[in-house]
Design a protein around this ligand. Structure first.
Ligand code: FES
Ligand SMILES: [Fe+2]
Length: 342
């Protein structure tokens, strides 16, 4: 195997952190352990919110589907709007309409202008623009007995960042997207083009922290500590908690489209306390495609993973080892010293 060279700050600091476990990844990746974390995530409130797409992609009227509802989404001068896609007059698709100077969508058939006031059964839905992503609130997204909230539950983001957002659709349920990310142990095996080494260094009921070495360019690789947690039942966030890029966040949102169909919307918000970062931010337009290409490549593979899990579960064919608890592995010796990886 070729040799890679680590650069950047060590996440370990002066006293190296030991990985919690020293057993093969397939033993650490216990299905019951992943499902426990998943059930805790799914039990959290969402306030009825789900992500539609990057805010920069909300403009002219556009057809979108959320929780089986056909929506039209557009941008008005005061922010994003979302509403039923069919015109309340005779059912024309408002996605074929245009936006007037007052930010109302104008029906292409007879010119009815629809804005923030209900018309018959037609009523606009609450939306939220968090500066990177646009969200919609639907009653169908609330758990039984759950109250809607004025705004979505957002995870902590860096103050200054450059970002990219990807959106992909997968034939699975939102839970399969979260479950994929709650299994960090597949990273090195399933994405060998991106990850070189991964070890769990901290774990609690609602988070898991991994020390991961990822490829940056050519033989150069970086090592960081990344913490995964779920701020709501359709989001898993990865935050860099040690090493270069401290505070950077990758938010993965799983929005239900309809039965067995989910949109994955992933926002990468990269930050750095290095002196040159403001200059890097100015190159955002050049760097954003690179951020998005990298995320999209991983999600092509991870959607395949999630789709397979979904298909097996739907067919009642999940493997027999599922649910079998492997014994809790003992603590291992300290991690290898830095300087290169065979
Ligand atoms: S169908 Fe929309 S105005 Fe008539
Ligand atoms: Fe993955």
């Amino acid at each position: 195997m070729s040799r890679f060279v680590l650069f950047g700050r060590s996440p370990a600091g002066e006293s190296p952190t030991r990985p919690l476990y020293d057993t093969p990844d397939w033993i650490q990746a216990q299905p019951a352990r992943i499902e426990r974390a998943l059930e805790r995530a799914l039990a959290q409130p969402s306030g009825g919110w789900a992500v539609l797409d990057a805010s920069s992609r909300v403009g002219a009227p556009r057809a979108m589907e959320v929780a089986g509802r056909a929506l039209v989404v557009w941008r008005a001068p005061d922010g994003p709007r979302a509403a039923p896609e069919a015109c309340p007059h005779m059912g024309a698709s408002l996605c074929d309409g245009h936006v007037d100077d007052d930010g109302r969508v104008v029906c292409p058939w007879h010119g009815l202008a629809l804005g923030d006031r209900p018309r018959g059964d037609w009523a606009p839905l609450p939306t939220h623009d968090d500066g990177v992503l646009t969200w919609v609130r639907l009653p169908e997204l609330l758990a039984p007995g759950e109250a809607p909230t004025d705004a979505p539950i957002l995870c902590e983001r860096p103050a200054a960042f450059l970002h990219g957002v990807i959106r992909q659709e997968a034939r699975c349920a939102p839970r399969d997207i979260l479950a994929n990310r709650l299994d960090p142990w597949h990273g090195v095996h399933f994405h060998p083009h991106s990850f070189l080494r991964l070890a769990v260094v901290d774990e609690g009921p609602d988070h898991i922290t991994v020390r991961v070495v990822y490829k940056v360019l050519g033989p150069l690789a970086m090592e960081v500590d990344a913490r995964f947690h779920c701020p709501d039942p359709r989001t898993i966030a990865m935050t860099i908690v040690a090493g270069d890029g401290l505070g950077s966040v990758v938010e993965t949102h799983a929005t239900p489209l309809g039965p067995g169909r989910t949109a994955v919307i992933e926002a990468t918000l990269a930050t750095s306390d290095r002196l040159g970062f403001p200059w890097v931010q100015r190159a955002q337009r050049l760097l954003r495609p690179l951020i998005e290409q990298r995320a999209a490549r991983l999600w092509v593979e991870d959607c395949a993973y999630a789709e397979r899990t979904y298909a097996l579960r739907e067919a009642g064919r999940l493997p027999v080892l599922r649910g079998a608890e492997a014994p809790q592995p003992p603590p291992s010796p300290a991690m290898k010293p830095r300087g290169g990886i065979e």
